[in-house]
Design a protein. Structure first.
Length: 379
């Protein structure tokens, strides 16, 4: 019988087929003695956390540790994809822990966004999943905003474990790297050491800080299939995922017009008055306005050139479509009823549409799996 070889750092079984999964090493290293998986190697030598992604079953098994040993949980979410950041089963394992919701990627938000309203909305969405947050904090892991405060908070946790938790791609690894970088820059020297573990993908670190030793756990990332990010190829994502601060795009729409957000989402004004809408989506996403009666033929002719995304290979994921009715004043058949101040229709992973119309009747069409929602206007 051949023995399963494990990483001497984290205990994950070694494999050389999937770089995002635990225990990855290039095939040429497999034969060596005392092998560190690539992730452990990078952490040890460069302080670099690289994401580890696992399936649902493994995830459940790993995070059960949090239930057994409650502590402080940093629940990292992506401000542009909150729906895609919420971990469906989180309630079950964070029940006895304190949960700090860490809202990442705020560098992408327009400057005039109302953080209080945003915090309230996020708190409400997290609560709706059965998790009661202690607090909501805003950061940009990539730009290193808000990291100092978070590090100060973590450094005080000498009595119970700290867990960093988040869906794949919310920026969990970037945050861990940012925290470790900050810790090691401090005058009072911090040291971070990785402790060999026995679990598959939950990695344990010890940090010596000014108040004592902090035990920090990095949890694996979980993947969804109903997120824009998992439905599009790398080329398509260049148009869709905001890379820099989103510039609002303002449109005055007359009834009977259609607005394409790439070939992903279509907005049509059916009635009401001329109205203002503001798009908060990636600056790269092609947006095209036309008359409603020309919209179908425009789409057929130009989905792969002017509208760019999804490309022919990714298009299949977007063919199964549904529509949502948006109305002001409220109507019983509307999916979203706008109040006096209008509202934001949130397109998870893409951004949002802000409506100012007092008398509005519109239809939004998009893929069935895109979980649209409404919130009070942020801007
Ligand atoms: P993980 O899978 O949760 O560990 O996520 P990563 O740390 O690998 O980040 C996923 C993607 O989000 C990468 O493309 C990062 O560059 C990006 N990202 C992470 N943090 C930020 C941030 O603060 N701002 C922006 N704009 N992008 C970020």
């Amino acid at each position: 019988m051949t023995e399963t070889r494990v990483c001497v750092g984290c205990g994950a079984p070694l494999q050389s087929t999937d770089e995002r999964m635990p225990g990855y090493v290039p095939a040429s290293h497999l034969e060596r003695e005392d092998v560190l998986c690539r992730r452990c190697f990078r952490i040890r030598h460069y302080g670099d956390f690289t994401p580890v992604v696992v399936d649902e079953q493994t995830y459940q098994r790993e995070v059960a540790t949090i239930f057994d040993r409650p502590g402080l949980v940093l629940y990292v979410v992506d401000v542009f994809d909150l729906a895609g950041s919420l971990i469906p089963s989180a309630r079950r394992f964070v029940a006895s822990s304190d949960v700090l919701v860490v809202v990442n990627k705020v560098d992408l938000l327009p400057a005039d966004v109302g953080y209080e309203a945003l915090g309230d909305w996020i708190r409400g969405e997290v609560r709706a999943t059965g998790v009661e947050p202690l607090d909501v904090v805003f950061i940009s892991a990539e730009r290193r905003h808000g990291i100092d405060k978070l590090v100060d908070r973590v450094a005080r946790e000498t009595k119970r474990p700290v867990y960093v938790m988040g869906m794949a791609n919310v920026g969990k690894s970037t945050l861990l790297n940012a925290m470790v970088e900050r810790l090691s820059e401090r005058k009072q020297p911090f040291t971070v050491s990785r402790r060999p573990g026995t679990t598959l993908a939950m990695s344990r670190f010890e940090i010596d800080g000014p108040f004592g030793r902090v035990e920090l756990f990095d949890t694996p990332g979980l993947m969804y299939t109903s997120r824009v990010i998992e439905r599009l190829c790398g080329d398509c994502l260049k148009w869709v995922v905001p890379r820099s601060r989103v510039r609002p795009r303002v449109y005055q729409l007359n009834p009977g017009q259609a607005l394409f957000l790439g070939g992903l989402v279509r907005l049509e004004t059916l009635g009401g008055e001329r109205q203002g809408i503001v798009l908060y989506v990636s600056n790269e996403l092609p947006v095209h306005r036309t008359k409603r009666e020309r919209a179908d033929s425009f789409f057929a002719d130009h989905r792969f050139d002017i509208l760019k995304v999804p490309c022919e290979r990714c298009a299949e994921s977007f063919d199964d479509r549904r529509s949502w009715l948006v109305a002001a004043p409220p109507r019983h058949d509307a999916d979203f009823s706008l109040g006096k101040r209008g509202g934001d229709i949130v397109l998870p992973g893409l951004g949002w549409i802000a409506w100012t119309g007092q008398r509005t009747l519109a239809r939004i069409e998009g893929p069935t799996w895109l979980a649209l929602s409404m919130r009070p206007r942020l801007v």
